[in-house]
Design a protein around this ligand. Structure first.
Ligand code: ADP
Ligand code: MG
Length: 690
């Protein structure tokens, strides 16, 4: 670390007046409590205390700065057992104002003797027709007006932390902040000056804007540079060069029963090229739900087995692991290659001896393909010759995680990586958020897919809808129905109550035709519920579930999806959920139930769902309606978790920074220029460890 950069990483604990208790409260506001973290904690508003107004002109409810003379003290009296506030009557030429203080001792008398001229600033209120100010924010002698006459920054706060405290910390840190070496090419304002201005707002909006823009671009450049570096790092790494023979993939393809779509073919070619090259593959496979990614991933895994290697398939849930395991098994049987491919399912159910046995088979190379949940692979499963790991739902991993993966050297990350995401992301966004990966997109659905009609209904139509569902179940027009229950404030407990209540309600109408599925159930139970629902001959017709069905369940007979409180779901979740139906030959329908009142934005989002089935289109609309963070629905995971920048608003900066980062890698990094050294400071400041 360059010397003066250390300053930014000191702990706020070092500051005078920061004790243990305060520190704990502060942690609620800032997960990291280094000097730089408080500097990056920017004010969201400004209180203007610069204008002195007359008492007469001071508006009720507003923060005002006044110049007044102390007229009279009225000590706190007790009236019928209640203590009244201590009052000080002040006035200017225009009107009186009463300062009120609760629980104060006599020092006010000394501090504010009658006749003294003072400046006060605070919120002016009305008490029975006369103006008052309770506990003014500032009381100073007039000659110290400068102390009051400021544009005061207002910070986001948390319980136990006041604005004053944050201001104190920021100003303490700013006092000695060293200017880091300049990394921008044509800076309009230096890094530290930008911070100083933002924490000490000025009236010149142009200056404020320059300061803000500087930080925004710094943040974006750091992000793009980190991606470019990660990409370069991965690209230059040797990966196992897969010698494909086609002895497994060819039979699989010919027994698949379908022709691959053109998009699948193109993507498969891209993957083949990567796998057979000497460099490591780091590729993202993107495609809408049901576009046929899984089959492509399985081909990739099999081609590695052909070459004598092993493959790992990591998925987010146990249900999905089980499903993929079954699918692959069936496909291999159908293709007559099941004797040549040894597949293992590794889930949380595997414990003790069984787990040990599986693990040793894997490490001896007696298992070719392992399918399991992400978490299991993090326990450092040892492979004999792992050549490819497929990671499903890659969008759940952020840039930070990927950077750390790239540095980690565990077996999984050392090999070729194929990440899959069913969250359609607009191409530009993908470029900026997954710029370190190559991108393959399946932008075409398999033929014979029927358009899923979508209806938006108020919850007041529930009875009507139920009657129709009942009829259609009786006539056999409907076979299997998903009923997704509301997502309540992302609290699992409340979700659980909601889903159970709905289950009981529906059971009272439909009896044992209804089954229940939720996240708190054991993997075993979940599995048997799903298998039962998926079985066309079973009596179970309606699956009431929390959004756990979001990922990967495949039941072709399901032709109706009902989503309750759909206004609470993100567009991408709704789209994922809807993707569970329309998988068979019959036409399907999705009903989005919503509560009341419903906001304009929510209505708009639901109508997006109604108007299109295309995931990419939905993602573009979502981006416009809500901003990038929510599209991915994973702001906190760090996919694009920006402090200053906003993907939509600062889109042009992303494109600029993307280009600049490429240039930097090609020139500055290569020639180890002075600027490259300075840029490393930038990366550090934004926590991209390299
Ligand atoms: P994804 O993983 O992208 O959500 P899947 O691979 O699960 O999609 O495919 C969804 C369904 O479409 C599966 O039942 C699969 O067998 C079928 N499918 C995949 N590719 C094709 C194709 N080219 N033609 C017809 N059906 C296909
Ligand atoms: Mg899938």
């Amino acid at each position: 670390m360059i010397d003066n950069v250390n300053y930014f990483f000191k702990s706020l604990m070092n500051l005078k007046g920061v004790g243990e208790k305060f520190f704990i409260a502060l942690k609620r506001l800032l997960p990291n409590t280094r000097y730089k973290d408080i500097l990056f904690h920017l004010p969201t508003d400004v209180i203007d205390r610069t204008n002195i107004v007359s008492v007469k002109d001071a508006s009720i409810g507003c923060i005002s700065t006044l110049r007044v003379k102390v007229i009279e003290h009225i000590p706190a009296l007790k009236v019928r057992g209640r203590k009244l506030p201590y009052k000080i009557i002040c006035a200017d030429e225009t009107e009186n104002i009463t300062l009120t203080f609760f629980n104060v001792k006599d020092y006010l008398k000394k501090q504010l003797p009658v006749g003294k001229n003072i400046c006060i600033s605070g919120k002016v209120e009305d008490f029975m027709g006369s103006k008052t100010m309770a506990h003014p924010d500032y009381i100073v002698p007039v000659e110290m007006f400068d102390k009051v006459a400021i544009l005061e920054p207002v910070y986001p706060l948390t319980f136990g932390i006041t604005n004053k405290m944050i201001r104190y910390l920021v100003q303490e840190v700013l006092k000695n902040v060293p200017e880091p070496p300049e990394w921008q090419k044509n800076p309009e304002i230096s890094f530290c000056n930008a911070l100083k201005v933002l924490h000490n707002p000025v009236k010149d909006l142009d200056v404020m804007k320059k300061a803000k823009n500087r930080l925004i671009y710094d943040e974006i450049l750091a992000n793009q540079l980190a991606l470019a570096l990660s990409r370069k790092f991965v690209k230059s790494e040797k990966g196992a060069c897969v010698k494909m023979t086609g002895k497994l993939t060819n039979p699989l393809l010919s027994s698949f029963g379908y022709e691959l779509t053109n998009a699948q073919k193109r993507v498969w070619d891209e993957i083949k090229l990567d796998l057979s090259s000497e460099f490591k593959m780091f590729r993202m496979l993107q495609g809408d739900v049901g576009s046929g990614k899984t089959i492509v991933a399985m081909m990739a895994l099999l081609s590695c087995v052909e070459a004598g290697g092993q493959g790992a398939f990591m998925v987010p849930t146990e249900i999905l692991a089980q499903q993929h395991f079954n699918t692959l098994k069936k496909l291999c049987e159908k293709a007559g290659i099941d004797e040549k491919v040894r597949i293992a399912l590794l889930t949380g159910k595997d414990k003790g001896k069984i787990k040990k046995e599986k693990l040793s088979l894997i490490s001896e190379g007696k298992i070719d393909i392992v399918i399991g949940t992400h978490a299991l692979f993090q326990d450092n499963v040892k492979f004999k010759n792992l050549v490819l790991s497929v990671i499903d739902e890659q969008h759940k991993f952020g840039v930070y995680q990927r950077l750390s993966l790239a540095n980690k050297n565990t077996t999984i990350e050392k090999c070729n990586v194929l990440a899959m995401s069913a969250t359609p992301i607009p191409r530009t966004l993908a470029m900026c958020s997954f710029g370190d990966m190559d991108l393959s997109v399946i932008d075409e659905m398999p033929p014979n897919r029927k358009y899923i009609e979508t209806k938006v209904l108020g919850i007041d139509k529930l009875q009507e809808m139920l009657t129709s569902v009942k009829n259609k179940l009786e006539t056999g027009e409907l076979q299997k129905i998903y009923w997704v229950c509301p997502l309540v404030e992302e609290s699992e407990k409340v979700d659980l109550t909601a889903v159970i209540t709905r289950y009981e309600f529906l059971s009272s109408i439909f009896g044992d035709k209804v089954a229940l599925l939720h996240g708190k159930m054991k993997a075993d139970e979940k599995n048997s519920v799903i298998q039962n629902f998926a079985n066309p001959d079973s009596n179970v017709k309606i699956l009431v579930a929390t959004s756990v069905v979001e990922v990967g369940v495949d039941v072709p007979e399901a032709t109706l999806m009902i989503i309750e409180s759909s206004e609470r779901f993100g567009l991408s979740s709704l789209h994922q959920l809807r993707g569970r139906i329309g998988r068979g030959s019959q036409s399907s329908m999705c009903i989005l139930l919503h509560g009341f009142p419903i906001s304009k934005l929510a209505r708009e989002r639901l109508s997006v769902m109604k108007n299109t089935n295309n995931g990419f289109e939905i993602a573009e609309k979502d981006l416009k309606l809500r901003g990038a963070g929510d599209i991915l629905g994973v702001k906190q995971s760090g996919v694009i978790d920006f402090k200053f920048a906003d993907f939509v608003e600062n889109y042009n900066d992303f494109v600029l920074a993307y280009e600049e980062a490429k240039n930097i890698i090609d020139n500055d990094l290569k020639n180890n220029t002075e600027r490259w050294k300075n840029l490393q400071v930038l990366l550090q400041l934004f926590d991209y460890t390299i």
